[in-house]
Design a binder for this molecule. Structure first.
Ligand code: IVH
Length: 673
């Protein structure tokens, strides 16, 4: 019995250590399979010896039964909030008050602050008694919170028992539970597919998940926690600087934010704010500002508190990424391929650093799912460079007599029929280049830098020319004269001349650019390059049957059909001929030599990772020349995954589908016989 107990305890210690490596340090020592083996072994020993199961065992994360209601918890030390500043002068004022109260004489230029991102999640208190997690509570109103121990125990990165030694007998740790963005997106995607309720933002997701009555539900939510302070401490001592305390917490297995830093003076604060602001959109979690805390605890004591917030800390907020505003209209915009995108016209609102007056509703299904109506008050979100979107409607503020928005049956621009193919989220105008909206977008694409690269023919000019029917198709661009351009508003002699120059220059192009510029659906730059180098010249492409097109690396049946459909339209052939007649030209290349009956005929490859001694394009050529096909994603139909170093998700996908994985030597072997 004593032996079993010893074995169990050593297994638990080992597992806790690996949890710490994995969650806190993000630096694993053993593969997942080995970790699973340790867990199974512990589980088996505990199953055989139920008396030896303890509450802090790593096997006991999702144990509790659903509760009827959450119990309230009194915080022995209140959980405070922070004062906010938004602008630089407010921050300087905060710093000045701190310096004055601490009787600094030189403006406190060398005063040290512990700086951390302000996480956008839910504040949680964790109580450890002799290193064992005994209670977890929400902040609530700061004095009274709710007992969420059963749920918090399911969060893998929160230790059920602290590791190492030297922690106080009673240690209350505080921090923020949050849902990382990737987890949030994945969760919502799954929920949407299952027709279940989605979360509005990661913060609501975290708060809502913590307040579940059934811990099994919480366990399914991808939650994480960074700790940022301590509360009640008894029976032991902690260091006398905030930053050192946080280091201790990390050493004991709690997770802390990797962006935290000690900085000097108000200038240090401003630099930190700018730096984290730059990083904001690329961080894997939402933040709404940064927090500066006077690092020295003795100074903190000297500064004390006002009402519910400390005088020694402040939150420096970033511009809000979500705001409320009113929907003044809902319109459908027509894109290059005819796709109808519902757009909300908004009462202008300052959000994410700019004034927003339009927000996308993505597509008709999204619009119906959110049920946005004219007159509604909505939450608008603009994060980073992402286009502004309507997150949700504030249901309680809906005026009387609103109506549900329907998909128009006719194009709002050209009145052609609107169709929506089976299983497609997108509805489209069928007008093609007859539709002025599609024409404008097609022309914008045609002149863009990576297509024909006509500098100086901007959106405004294109819109005017299309409106006047001066440009009906791209070849008309090549018949614009300097005189008519110079007559345009805000267009002088000089810029007219420059534009004519860049139109002239664009005539000398390449086949891939030309193909890409045509704006064939699903034919992006990479596909245009593949098609062009496979056939070498335009007539060969025009003649190619669908079967021949799918032989091109990276071209599947859908893309092949789109290309064929485009080429089957006489007016498209006509435009291509006109463009060439206007002087658009390129140098043809040798068609790729493809063995009809090569050593790889009938085999499909996916290439991933860094190959040694060969680029991926070279490997692709090798395969294609022998009649093989190279596609972009692994499926059951893939014959081989050619994997180099640092292969990522494609490798795991291939393994899970039992697709054979080979390296360059493996490929050479296939080519040998
Ligand atoms: S310190 C007395 N640090 O912000 C110190 N709070 O407005 C109180 N928060 O309820 C908290 N990240 O939920 C602190 N690095 C951080 C934080 C942070 C987010 C939240 C916390 C608190 C609220 C205060």
């Amino acid at each position: 019995m004593a032996d079993v107990l010893k074995k169990i305890e050593s297994l638990r210690d080992e597992i806790r250590y690996h949890n710490y490596r994995y969650h806190t340090l993000d630096d694993i020592e053993i593969p997942d399979a080995e970790y699973d083996r340790l867990m199974r072994e512990l589980q088996r020993l505990e199953d055989e010896n139920p008396d030896l199961v303890t509450i802090d065992s790593p096997t006991q994360r999702v144990g509790a039964e659903p509760s009827g209601a959450l119990q309230t918890v009194q915080h022995r030390l209140p959980m405070l909030s922070l004062d906010n500043v938004f602008a630089e002068d407010e921050l300087r004022e905060f710093h000045r008050r701190v310096a004055e109260k601490l009787e600094f004489e030189d403006g406190a230029t060398d005063l040290q602050y512990a700086a951390e991102p302000k996480l956008d999640g839910a504040a949680v208190s964790l109580l450890y008694e002799d290193g064992v997690l005994v209670l977890a509570a929400t902040r609530g109103d700061g004095t009274t919170g709710e007992d969420i121990t059963h749920n918090v125990r399911t969060i893998d990165s929160i230790p059920l028992r602290l590791i190492g030694d030297g922690y106080p007998a009673t240690l209350e740790v505080r921090g923020e539970v949050f849902m990382p963005r990737a987890g949030f997106d994945a969760y919502n995607k799954k929920a949407r597919a299952a027709g279940e309720k989605t979360f509005v933002n990661p913060r609501n997701a975290a708060a809502g998940s913590l307040r579940q009555l059934d811990p099994k539900l919480t366990a399914e939510r991808p939650l994480d926690m960074y700790v940022y302070s301590v509360g009640l401490v008894e029976g032991g001592d902690l260091p006398d600087h905030h930053s050192d305390i946080i280091m201790c917490l990390q050493k004991w297995g709690l997770k802390t934010c990797p962006e935290r830093r000690v900085i000097t003076g108000v200038e240090g604060c401003l630099d930190y704010y700018a730096e984290i602001g730059e990083k904001r959109d690329s961080l894997p979690y939402d933040i709404d500002g940064v927090v500066y805390k006077v690092d020295s605890l003795s100074m903190q004591r000297e500064l004390g508190f006002v009402a519910r917030a400390p005088r020694w800390a402040v939150a420096h907020k970033f511009p809000a990424q979500e705001e409320l505003t009113k929907v003044e209209g809902i319109e459908f915009q027509v894109g290059r391929t005819g796709a109808l995108t519902p757009v909300a016209r908004l009462d202008p609102v300052f959000v994410g650093g700019v004034t927003v007056s339009n927000a996308t509703l993505h597509n008709i299904d999204e619009l119906h799912r959110k049920d946005v109506r004219v007159g509604d008050t909505v939450i608008v979100r603009r994060a980073g460079d992402v286009i502004p979107e309507v997150v949700s409607v504030v249901a309680t503020r809906r005026p009387k007599k609103t109506t549900r928005v329907q998909l128009p049956t006719q194009c709002p621009v050209c009145e052609s029929h609107v169709v929506r193919e089976e299983g497609e989220a997108v509805a489209r105008c069928t007008g093609g280049l007859f539709c002025k909206a599609q024409r404008v977008e097609a022309l914008k694409h045609f002149v863009s830098r990576r297509a024909m690269d006509i500098d100086g023919l901007g959106a405004k000019l294109i819109e005017q020319f299309v409106e006047e029917d001066r440009i009906k198709n791209p070849s008309d661009i090549y018949h614009l004269t300097k005189e008519e351009l110079a007559e345009r508003e805000r267009m002088g002699e000089k810029s007219a001349e420059n534009l004519i120059g860049s139109i002239e220059k664009s005539k000398s192009t390449t086949l891939p650019r030309f193909l890409f510029a045509l704006g064939i659906r699903e034919v992006g730059e990479a596909t245009a390059v593949s098609v062009a180098s496979y056939f070498g010249n335009l007539p060969a492409i025009i003649e190619a049957e669908t079967e021949k097109l799918v032989a091109v690396p990276d071209v599947g049946p859908v893309v092949a059909k789109r290309i064929r459909d485009f080429l089957d339209e006489d007016h498209n052939l006509e435009v291509m001929a006109k463009l060439q007649a206007s002087g658009v030209h390129w140098a043809d290349t040798e068609p790729m030599q493809v063995a009809e009956d090569g050593q790889l005929t009938g085999k499909t490859f996916v290439i991933t990772g860094t190959l040694s001694g060969m680029t991926r394009d070279q490997a692709k050529d090798l395969i294609v020349k022998e009649g093989g096909k190279v596609t972009g994603s692994v499926s059951r139909k893939t014959s081989y995954l050619l994997a180099g170093d640092n292969a990522g998700s494609k490798l795991s996908k291939a393994q899970s589908l039992e697709v054979e994985v080979i390296d360059l030597d493996g490929l050479r072997n296939l080519l040998k016989d």
